[in-house]
Design a protein around this ligand. Structure first.
Ligand SMILES: [Cu+2]
Length: 122
């Protein structure tokens, strides 16, 4: 009787000891900044009358999507004319996909303090 109970306890202890192994290496390249969405694009929030993050790096062909989280309207106007959105309100988005490498500075036309840039790499 006692022997059997002991072996069951030992077996249980061994099983517990074996559990909880590593789940393997964590996947991911990730970008330097900006959260990467499911579609492989970069998300920029418009929050507190500011873009966040203010500087993102994307590859050619990788979309940047702005989401307005403020109760006021915003837009995104590239100083070099690369893109120009309409004003859009809370919960709405605008996307731009760069086609060539370079740096694009942009602002919000009604909030001059909202300034940010996109660095586009090959
Ligand atoms: Cu604005």
């Amino acid at each position: 009787m006692m022997k059997r109970a002991l072996s069951i306890l030992l077996a249980a202890g061994l099983l517990a000891g074996c559990g909880g192994g590593d789940d393997g290496p964590a996947a991911g390249e990730g970008t330097a900044n900006g959260a990467e969405s499911e579609g492989g694009g970069v998300q920029v929030a418009m929050e507190g009358i500011a873009y966040a993050p203010t500087d993102v790096e994307v590859r050619v062909g990788q979309p940047v999507t702005w989401t307005n989280n403020d109760e006021v309207m915003h837009d995104v106007i590239a100083s070099g004319g690369e893109f120009e959105s309409e004003l859009f309100g809370e919960g709405e988005t605008y996307s731009f996909t760069p086609t060539e490498p370079g740096t694009i500075d942009y602002v919000c036309s009604i909030h001059p303090n909202m300034m940010a840039s996109i660095t586009v790499v090959e």
